[in-house]
Design a protein around this ligand. Structure first.
Ligand SMILES: Cc1cc2nc3c(=O)[nH]c(=O)nc-3n(C[C@H](O)[C@H](O)[C@H](O)COP(=O)(O)O)c2cc1C
Length: 341
C-alpha cells in the first residue's frame, strides 16, 4: 500500500466536504494521461471516499499489444496523474494496487484520507499535466542538459523503474536503424495497418489520434479519413521507417524504461514512471514522443535492451525520444461521464 509520505491530522469534516471536489479534479487530470493510440483504456468506479481504476479491455489493441502491456502502462499513467492532482490539493490518499485477486481488471484502489498532506514533489508537477503532449515533429539538435537528464532518470527510478539514457551519436544511430527495421516489419502486416487506421479519427471525436497530431495541418482535418484509408490500404512502411529513423537519429536524447520482471504489476509501475518522466521533461521545457516499435516485436525487444546499455536481465518497456521542440496541439479526451461509473 502506498501512502502519501507527510500526513498531519486535520479537521475531518472539512476534509470530507472537499472529497467530492477533489475526486472530480483528480479524475479530470487522470484522463489527460497519454495512452497508446489515444485509446484511453480506463474506467473509474467511484465510491463515497474512494475510486477504483479499472482496465477497459474493450479498448485493447490486440495486434500491436496482444498482452495488454501498453494498455496497463496507459492506465498507470492515468494513476500517476491522479496522485499528482490529489497531492496538489493537499489531499491524503492510500493506494492498494490490484485490490482483487479475483478480477485482474481492477488495477488500483485509491482511498481518500482525512489527513492533509504536503507531497510537494508530486504537487509541483500538476501544471505540466495540462501542458504535456506527444510531439512527433523533429527536435532541435540542442543537447538535453545533463542535470535535467539526471532528473528524468530520478523520476523513473522514484517509481521503481529502471532507465537507460542514450545521447552519444553512434548508439543513437544504431537504435534509429533498429526502429526503422521494426517499422518495416509492422507496416508489412495488414492487420497492424488496419488496427492503426481504426484509431485515426477527426478531432471532433473524443478518442483516437487526429491526423494533426501526426503533422497534418489542422485545417486539413477533413482529410483525416483519407489518411486512415491510405494507412489501411498501402504498405507505407518504407516512408514511415525513413521518417522515424531520421527522428530517432536527430533527437538529442533517447530514453528507455525497463523492468526486471514483465508482468502487470511492472507495467502499472512503468505507466507511472512514464508520466513522471514526461511531466518532469515538460516542466524543463522539453518535448517527447515514442519509438516503441522495436519493443512491440518480440525478436527485436531484447536486442534493443542491449543497444541502450541495459543489463541483459531487464525487459525494455518504452522507448522515448526527448529534446527541444515546438509542442504539437493537444488531442481530445472522452468526457468524465463516459469513463466514470
Ligand atoms: C504506452 C504508450 C505507448 C505509445 N506508443 C506510441 C507510439 O508507438 N507512437 C506514437 O507516435 N505515440 C505513441 N504513444 C502516444 C499516444 O499516441 C498519445 O499519448 C495519444 O495519442 C494521446 O496524445 P497526447 O500524448 O498528446 O495526449 C504512446 C502512448 C502510450 C501511453
Amino acid at each position: 500500500m502506498l501512502e502519501n509520505p507527510i500526513a498531519s491530522p486535520a479537521d475531518s469534516a472539512a476534509a470530507g466536504q472537499t472529497h467530492e471536489f477533489a475526486m472530480h479534479f483528480a479524475l479530470r487530470h487522470a484522463t489527460l494521461a497519454p495512452s497508446s493510440h489515444n485509446s484511453q483504456p480506463w474506467r473509474f468506479v467511484l465510491g463515497a471516499d474512494r475510486v477504483i481504476l479499472c482496465a477497459d479491455r474493450l479498448r485493447a489493441l490486440p495486434v500491436v499489444d496482444p498482452y495488454d502491456r501498453e494498455l496497463i502502462i496507459s492506465c498507470g499513467a492515468a494513476l500517476f496523474n491522479l496522485r499528482v492532482a490529489l497531492a496538489s490539493l493537499g489531499i491524503g490518499y492510500a493506494i492498494t494496487l490490484f485490490p482483487s485477486s479475483a478480477d485482474a481488471d481492477l488495477l488500483a484502489e485509491v482511498r481518500l484520507l482525512h489527513e492533509r498532506v504536503t507531497g510537494a514533489e508530486l504537487a509541483a508537477l500538476v501544471s505540466a499535466i495540462y501542458e504535456r503532449v506527444t510531439t512527433r515533429h523533429p527536435f532541435s539538435p540542442e543537447p538535453v542538459d545533463t542535470a535535467v537528464e539526471r532528473h528524468l532518470m530520478d523520476a523513473a527510478r522514484a517509481e521503481g523503474v529502471e532507465v537507460a539514457c542514450v545521447s552519444a551519436a553512434e548508439p543513437r544511430y544504431a537504435i534509429a536503424e533498429f526502429v526503422a527495421e521494426a517499422d518495416r516489419q509492422q507496416f508489412a502486416d495488414p492487420r497492424f495497418r488496419r488496427e492503426l487506421a481504426k484509431w485515426i479519427h477527426p478531432h471532433h471525436t473524443n478518442d483516437g489520434m487526429p491526423a494533426y497530431a501526426a503533422g497534418l495541418a489542422p485545417l486539413l482535418d477533413f482529410a483525416t479519413p483519407l489518411v486512415a484509408s491510405a494507412i489501411r490500404t498501402f504498405d507505407l512502411g518504407g516512408g514511415v521507417a525513413a521518417t522515424h529513423r531520421d527522428l530517432a537519429a536527430g533527437s538529442p536524447l533517447l530514453l528507455c524504461l525497463a523492468t526486471g520482471v514483465d508482468d502487470a504489476q511492472a507495467w502499472l509501475a512503468v505507466g507511472q514512471a512514464l508520466e513522471r518522466v514526461l511531466l518532469v521533461a515538460t516542466l524543463h521545457g522539453l518535448c517527447a514522443s515514442y519509438l516503441n516499435q522495436p519493443i512491440e516485436i518480440p525478436e527485436l525487444r531484447q536486442k534493443l535492451g542491449a543497444l541502450t546499455g541495459l543489463p541483459p536481465a531487464y525487459h525494455p518497456q518504452l522507448l522515448l525520444r526527448i529534446g527541444h521542440g515546438t509542442p504539437d496541439a493537444a488531442t481530445p479526451r472522452r468526457p468524465l461521464d463516459e469513463v466514470v461509473s
